[in-house]
Write a protein that binds this ligand. Structure first.
Ligand code: AMP
Length: 293
């Protein structure tokens, strides 16, 4: 972070017309644009994405929008943590260039009725467990990519299925943007950073570290061929249940490109988990095999 960055004002833009004017000005002076879509409550995971754009010499545009269409009726849209003032201060300190924070009506004006649906990838993992979620994600990300028209957009591997869905839609709809995946940032005990970790009680937060541990151990055992994937996943599920996780929506090893469940390692694969701990739904994933991590 340079002195200049830390002292600079960080514009928070709420109207698409003002956003387009700023983007056009940057374009006119030949600058490249990186977009980092977020729902706010920023942590070091989000900041790793911002840093990637800055390191690439791009103007880092960070969107903050808690997108209602990606939450189910019984999910946490109302209670999702919102800390805009703090987020803006954090982004200013790291040297981001613009915060795009549209209100609900700017994003979804009256009579909004067009949605983007990505097939195939969404048949697996979170797709069946969160009906409508990926349609909401795909729709809002398509809008963000159209509004900002960045050269590159950055997404975390923490939400690996989302990364694949967004990569697919950007290609299929020829949005002319490169989608960049960024490795998951973890706390020292291994827990992947997430805005939803704020929901965990101190006791749950301690127990939550078991999730990445079980995932890593199962990935290693699967890569070493210690037992069948089915047996290893059964044992992993039992270990998590015993530690008080539940319901466990899934723990699966899937093809890293198609997300189809696999029972052997012929192509790159990942292990995925979604499990509740108290009222918090945690998700995580890691690669299986030589590049495990
Ligand atoms: P969210 O605000 O949860 O919608 O996340 C915004 C972006 O940050 C998404 O691309 C996430 O995958 C990414 N992200 C969230 N947590 C992490 C993490 N621990 N490490 C890396 N990226 C993350």
């Amino acid at each position: 972070m340079t002195q200049e960055n830390s002292a600079a004002a960080l514009p928070v833009v709420r109207k698409a017309a003002a956003l387009r004017a700023q983007i056009a000005a940057w374009r006119a002076s030949g600058e490249r644009i990186g977009l980092i879509p977020t729902m706010g409550s920023l942590h070091r995971g989000h900041l790793a994405l911002v840093q990637r754009a800055l390191d690439a010499g791009e103007r880092a545009v960070v969107s903050i929008f808690v997108n209602p269409t990606q939450f189910g009726p019984n999910e946490d849209f109302a209670s999702y943590p919102r800390n805009e003032a703090e987020d803006v201060e954090t982004l200013r300190a790291v040297g981001a260039d613009l915060v795009w924070a549209p209100d609900l009506e700017e994003m979804y004006p009256p009579r909004f009725s067009t949605y983007v649906r990505v097939e195939g990838l969404t048949d697996h993992l979170d797709g069946p467990h969160r009906p409508g979620h990926f349609q909401g994600v795909a729709t809002v990300v398509t809008k963000l990519l159209r509004q900002v028209a960045p050269d590159r957009a950055y997404f975390g591997e923490k939400d690996y299925q989302q990364l694949l869905v967004v990569t697919r839609l950007a290609r299929d709809l020829e949005l002319g943007v490169e989608i960049v995946g960024v490795p998951t940032v973890r706390d020292p005990d291994g827990l992947a950073l997430s805005s939803r970790n704020f929901y965990l009680s101190p006791e749950e937060r301690q127990r939550a570290a078991l999730l990445p541990r079980v995932l890593a151990e199962t990935a290693d055992a699967a890569a070493a061929g210690i037992a069948s994937f089915a047996e290893l996943l059964r044992a992993a599920r039992a270990a998590l249940s015993e530690a008080g996780f539940g319901p466990i929506d899934y723990i699966q090893i899937c093809d890293a490109e198609t997300l189809v469940p696999v029972s052997s390692l012929e192509r790159p694969a990942r292990i995925f988990v979604a499990a509740r701990l108290g009222r918090t739904r945690l998700i995580d994933n890691m690669s299986v095999g030589p590049t495990a991590g």
